[in-house]
Design a protein around this ligand. Structure first.
Ligand code: C2E
Ligand code: MG
Ligand code: MG
Length: 290
């Protein structure tokens, strides 16, 4: 029994890493699998007990550092695990089939939050590629807008190129339907993964987010600088705005501004914060950061 179980685990790991792979069983696989199932169990409980909250990170116009919106980022504090990173639990939620239900809550909560902000402030919500699989996403987005009363053009959906990997007519139909309703789209983490330029031609994003791994090297690594300069130029010519992610210093912001990058986000301007803390940024003449 144990041999069959272990062979099955090795098979599972091989499949997870793509086609044409083989794996020998290692004890580590067993432990990883148990951790995974435990996380899945805790996630189900977390949904029932409402252990999630959204935090909001400001997005600023580099020309003047004025806030134009916020990105909603999910936070999970588990009674025993403490705070768990979304990079760790979102993949588990995806595989456990929980991401659709979680995604509905995220969209509803973020849209409702945005209605409490000034009218020129928008909200960006991360959408998992799996949320495109069922075809129900346009209805879910429309319902979140209707329930909250948020205007469609104040909502941006951030998607990664994973959405295009299982590129079907259905995926394109879903994207087109949502776009036609007035909702904006941003391509997240651009420059990592396959970064096929054909996506940019097939689907007109309003924004491209340059991954933080390039921004990190901008002041001392000529390759990162060259890539950011090229992406910024490309986006300008395509009529798309660029957002630099992970801006942590004034020096990085200066270079990005100089390159003509329009928007930025990062610890230099503001960390993700609880919804209640966002209001202080609009008080008086604030709205400018850094
Ligand atoms: P992302 O959408 O690319 O989000 C940007 C990540 O960079 C966030 O990590 C943010 O906290 C972090 N960050 C922002 N500024 C800086 C900076 O200056 N320096 C550094 N080092 N990091 C910075 P976070 O919140 O841990 O989220 C990680 C990823 O998890 C997100 O990447 C996104 O892919 C996913 N995620 C987060 N919230 C959600 C959600 O509500 N739904 C879905 N489907 N995915 C989410
Ligand atoms: Mg994002
Ligand atoms: Mg990103």
């Amino acid at each position: 029994d144990e041999l069959a179980k272990n062979a099955d685990l090795a098979l599972y790991c091989a499949k997870q890493e793509g086609k044409g792979q083989y794996r020998f069983f290692e004890g580590e696989m067993d432990r990883r699998m148990r951790d995974w199932h435990e996380m899945e169990h805790d996630l189900r409980e977390a949904m029932a007990q409402k252990q999630f909250v959204l935090h909001y990170q400001p997005i600023v116009e580099l020309d003047g550092n004025r806030i134009v919106g916020f990105e909603a980022l999910i936070r999970w504090t588990h009674p025993r695990r403490g705070s768990v990173s979304p990079a760790e639990f979102i993949p588990v939620a995806e595989e456990a089939g929980l991401i659709n239900e979680l995604g509905v809550w995220i969209l509803d909560t973020a849209c409702t939050m945005a209605t409490a902000w000034p009218e020129d402030i928008s909200v960006a919500v991360n959408i998992s590629p799996l949320q495109f699989n069922s075809g129900s996403l346009p209805g879910i987005v429309a319902a979140a807008l209707a329930r909250s009363g948020l205007k469609a053009d104040r909502l941006t959906l951030e998607i990664t190129e994973g959405v295009f990997l299982n590129d079907t007519d259905q995926t394109m139909a879903v994207l087109d339907t949502i776009k036609a309703s007035g909702v904006h789209f941003a391509m997240d983490d651009f420059g990592t993964g396959y970064s096929s330029l054909s996506y940019l031609r097939r689907f007109p994003f309003q924004r491209i987010k340059i991954d933080q791994s390039f921004v990190r090297g901008i002041n001392d690594d000529p390759e990162s600088l060259a890539i950011i300069r090229a992406v910024t130029t490309l986006c300008r010519d395509l009529g798309m705005a660029t957002t630099a992610e992970g801006v942590e210093s004034a020096a990085q912001a200066d270079v990005l501004r100089h390159l003509g990058c329009g928007l930025a986000q990062g610890y230099h301007f503001g960390r993700p914060m609880p919804g209640d803390d966002t209001f202080a940024l609009f008080a008086g003449h604030r709205r400018r950061l850094a």
